[in-house]
Design a protein around this ligand. Structure first.
Ligand code: LLP
Length: 461
């Protein structure tokens, strides 16, 4: 037995190995909360999604490929809709945006949050009703603001005094009255990776609550009376499981709401509590279902409004990851396997940090399974790595794979719907993978694979 085979490994992992990792009884088993709901092992042992086998998908579309279970995506939209029936749900397009997804979320009754001119262009070109679009960003350019105003987006979430001035000038020039929310930095330390926490004071987003800038921004907009101030906005960060951060933030932002009422006699009609709801990447993640979130948020907002004698504002939220993340897995092909005796096996796949930068950037954890077959072999500790020229090119840090994992196997990594394709790069001139949507046994490409010609087309020197 090699030292990193399962039996020999128990002690090693117990003493400082990754906490979430348990030697599996069955390397072929799929942990349901990590996979799109339409994924199962078929009779031949290979994974199938929406009734379509992954070998057929790989043959037709190649690897790597992001595979979207369209029914899973729709069911998550519906769960949020059912849990928040009176609220507006803005899908955060930064998680993943393309025209097909815009159409799906529009059909499912969601709104859309965009944060650049590019995202706005995708939304509009897919026919998203502009009044259901919210436009975010800490440094929106004049041209982006102009496009948003001219398109009559439903709301612009203002993030700085400079932006208020730009937008006010634009509104005067165009003779329009854009609807805005003020982005409030509530000073909450969200329990998540530093790069994706957004409500502590020392970062770039929003108007500080504690420092008084949020109050001043709201008062300025009310006094100038050119923009229509609809409400306040707070987003505390991403991949958050502990709802206490939302509680604190709702409390603080509602206190500001009351302060504005007392100072200016105005009760703002809307409140946005942002997104950031966590999803399961490994078995140690235990996200709350949308109806639990809804119950908790409603309770806090209702209680706080009663205490402050405020009318409960119309609520909105902005989930991105929780809608698209679990609906997608990445399908790779194994190219080489290298055993580092006593430690682990390095399983190299045909993609890597160019299609999933999250492991390298946020130290994110993922899981993986052999997708093209079931295996009778016992587990080995494996690290799934990419084909890029650096050793930090890791897709899955630790996973038990069958000891007979070999070149040619297809390997699937679940939970890659959010911030993988949207943050993909061409590092090492690796073309970005396609997104293939599967529904009722049919697959369609919704974002095509990039080609070397695409890469060369930009290189005009
Ligand atoms: N609303 C606002 C204002 C945001 O800034 C974000 C995310 C969201 C909503 C959606 O958050 P979600 O529900 O998807 O967690 N690239 C990082 C995540 C960055 C999030 C940026 N803002 C990652 O891969 O984890």
């Amino acid at each position: 037995m090699r030292a990193h085979e399962a039996g020999a490994l128990h002690g090693e992992l117990g003493a400082g190995g990754p906490g979430w990792l348990r030697t599996p009884d069955d390397v072929n088993a799929l942990v349901p909360q990590l996979w799109p709901r339409g994924v199962a092992r078929a009779a031949d042992g290979a994974l199938a999604v929406g009734g379509l086998g992954v070998r057929a998908i790989a043959e037709e579309f190649g690897t790597p490929a992001y595979v979207l279970d369209e029914d899973d995506l729709r069911s998550r939209c519906r769960e949020f809709r059912a849990a928040f029936p009176d609220e507006d749900i803005y899908y955060a397009g930064k998680a993943f945006l393309c025209r097909a997804v815009v159409k799906i979320i529009a059909e499912e009754g969601l709104h859309l949050d965009v944060c650049t001119g590019g995202e706005l262009a995708v939304a509009l070109s897919a026919g998203m009703p502009p009044e259901r679009i919210g436009f975010h960003g800490n440094n929106k350019s004049m041209s982006e603001l102009t496009r948003a105003v001219d398109a009559r987006v439903g709301r612009i979430i203002v993030d700085s005094f400079t932006e208020i001035d730009r937008l006010t000038a634009l509104a005067r020039e165009r003779g329009v009255r854009p609807r805005v929310l003020v982005r409030v930095t509530v000073g909450v330390e969200a329990h998540t990776h530093e790069f994706i926490a957004t409500a502590h004071e020392d970062q770039k987003f929003g108007f500080s609550l504690a420092g008084g800038a949020a109050f001043q921004a709201a008062v300025k907009i009310l006094d100038e009376d050119v923009l229509e101030l609809r409400g306040l906005h707070s987003h505390i960060g991403s991949q958050i499981f502990d709802t206490s951060g939302f509680e604190v933030s709702a409390r603080r932002v509602l206190a500001l709401q009351a302060q504005l009422r007392d100072a200016r006699g105005v009760e703002l009609p809307e409140l946005d509590l942002g997104g950031g709801f966590g999803i399961a990447y490994t078995t140690s993640d235990d996200p709350a279902p949308p109806h639990d979130l809804a119950k908790r948020l409603d309770k806090i907002v209702d209680g706080e409004c009663a205490a402050l004698k405020l009318t409960v504002p119309h609520l909105s939220i902005e989930p991105g990851r929780a809608i698209i993340g679990p609906a997608v897995f990445t399908l790779y092909q194994v190219g080489t396997v290298k055993d580092v005796d006593g430690l682990r096996s390095y399983v190299s796949v045909d993609g890597g940090m160019s299609d999933n930068i999250r492991t390298a950037l946020y130290d994110a954890s993922y899981s993986a399974t052999i997708a093209s077959r079931a295996s009778a072999a016992g587990p080995i500790l494996a690290r799934v790595v990419g084909k890029h020229c650096e050793s930090g090119d890791i897709v899955v840090k630790d996973e038990f794979l069958p000891a007979d994992v070999q070149p040619g196997d297809l390997l699937a990594v679940p939970g890659t719907g959010a911030y993988c394709r949207s943050m993909a790069s061409n590092y090492n001139h690796v073309p970005r993978p396609p997104v293939v949507a599967v529904r009722d046994g049919q697959a369609r490409v919704i974002v095509r694979r990039e080609t070397e010609d695409d890469l060369l087309a930009l290189d005009v020197g």
